[in-house]
Design a protein around this ligand. Sequence first.
Ligand SMILES: [Zn+2]
Length: 146
Amino acid sequence: MFIRGVKYLEECNICESIKKGDLVLESDDRYIVYVCRRPYNNGHLIITLREHTPLNRVDPAVIKNLFKICKNCIRLLSEAYSPHGFNIDIIYEPHVAFQVVPRWNGDASFVSVFHNTRVIAEPPHLTLRYLREVSCRTGIKLLGGL
Ligand SMILES: [Zn+2]
């Protein structure tokens, strides 16, 4: 929501997370997958490109790869958390990015409805450690096969 008179952040959240690098699950010279710093739910992952490129300027082959990575994330998260489903959200700009959010039946509790906040049982750095363990155990590689 735009509110006149409010000073909005100039820095890009995705660039900030890439720069910090502390929650990166896998990356290469083009793609990066990291655990969301402010998750909507346990296991919330962000898949993105390193550079600022809006969706309408991305090559179709890159979009195809982003979907492949998204499917690999769903496989890994399914092994790790056995969710009932997923929400997939596409961020248009400045980086085209996918958010993959595991969902469980009844995970929108009264706290979300009445207090406009979420209870997250697992901090992001523990999610990262756990997903790395599951990746090693299962052999599921997020950027494999691109
Ligand atoms: Zn950025």
